[in-house]
Design a protein around this ligand. Structure first.
Ligand SMILES: Nc1nc2c(ncn2[C@@H]2O[C@H](COP(=O)(O)OP(=O)(O)OP(=O)(O)O)[C@@H](O)[C@H]2O)c(=O)[nH]1
Ligand SMILES: [Mg+2]
Length: 314
């Protein structure tokens, strides 16, 4: 009587995936969808993400460590140049590149692959890494318009796979994760603890949640003129239950006094509204009450100063 052979256990796959693409294509939204938690802020404006954000997805048999990156664009100014540098540098540090483009066709069902996207594809190819093309926001595109989009991009690079998906509905997100997991090297051990989601400290997330509200609630150039620095993150009154309190003081840097006036708003209404929404998000994230104090300060040309950018972690 022979013993039954155990089914060959599938090897664990673990590695890093860079999520890259033009601004606003849905990179951060995908990361949040995969993790089930908002670790990367999202807004309808381009250039929302300013730094590289680690998000770790652990599933049976696979651990995918994503780097969400700032959108690749023609950078003007020191801050934007840093953002683009950060995204490009990430290409060489990962196992697989996930390049995102938006679903949807132009007038007459035509698909125009823009110069910017061609340049991004070239950068991704130069990395020599396996390339996966993700066609995002598929919920917005009727199924028949997906095919011309896929066809337009198919010839541009030797994609391992082309996966249309929607972070809103979740359609095909699991398929995308499967494709990415299979592209990663086999590994004997996890790269990160099983329950780890991100490397960002809560105080960093707090700064980002405030900046998200600035991106969402202010107009024109103001969202781009603001940086947020958390000066105080006091957990001394925090406890295990939901009755505790975290006190956060954050500084909102702007470049000019006219911007300070708009950010504060009439009778302080704008700043109050930013604070309220950010606090609500932080209470959900931290699982306790949050006291959030916001102060606006003019720091001329902060986005051009290397020392300030470094202090802000940019
Ligand atoms: N309809 C639809 N909209 C989406 C989807 N994913 C993202 N969006 C929207 O697209 C906009 C940009 O999303 P982000 O995730 O901030 O895009 P990003 O690529 O990270 O942008 P940057 O950080 O600026 O490079 C937001 O308004 C999102 O709500 C999706 O699956 N479907
Ligand atoms: Mg983003």
């Amino acid at each position: 009587m022979g013993r039954k052979k155990p089914a060959a256990a599938a090897k664990l796959r673990a590695g890093f995936v860079a999520i890259v693409g033009r601004p606003n294509v849905g990179k951060s939204t995908l990361l949040n969808r995969v993790l089930g938690e908002k670790v990367a802020i999202v807004s309808p404006r381009p250039q929302t993400t300013r730094t590289r954000i680690l998000g770790v997805h652990t599933a049976p048999g696979a651990q995918i460590a994503f780097f969400d990156t700032p959108g690749l664009h023609r950078a003007k100014g020191a801050l934007n140049a840093r953002m683009v540098e950060t995204a490009l540098a990430t290409l060489s540090e990962v196992d697989t590149v996930l390049l995102l483009v938006e679903a949807g066709t132009g007038p007459g069902g035509r698909v125009e692959v823009g110069e910017a996207t061609r340049w991004i594809v070239e950068q991704a190819k130069r990395s020599g890494k396996p390339l996966v093309l993700g066609v995002s926001k598929a919920d917005r595109a009727p199924r028949e318009t997906l095919l011309p989009v896929i066809a337009a991009y198919q010839g541009l690079a030797p994609w391992t796979d082309v996966v249309p998906f929607s972070s809103f509905t979740g359609e095909n997100v699991d398929a995308l994760l499967g494709v990415l997991a299979r592209s990663l090297p086999e590994s004997d051990a996890l790269l990160f603890p099983e329950d780890m989601l991100t490397d960002q400290a809560e105080r960093q997330l707090a700064a980002e949640y405030v900046r998200e509200q600035v991106m969402l609630q202010t107009r024109q150039e103001l969202p781009y003129a603001v940086a947020v620095e958390v000066e105080e993150f006091d957990e001394s009154a925090r406890d295990e239950g939901r009755s505790g309190l975290v006190r956060i003081s954050a500084l909102l840097l702007v470049e000019r006094s006219s911007q300070k006036a708009i950010l504060i708003g009439k009778r302080g209404e704008m700043l109050k509204s930013i604070g309220t929404r950010a606090r609500e998000g932080l209470e959900r994230l931290l699982g306790c009450k949050v006291f959030l104090k916001l102060t606006v300060k003019v720091e001329e040309r902060w986005s051009e100063r290397a020392a300030t950018l470094q202090k802000l972690g940019l």
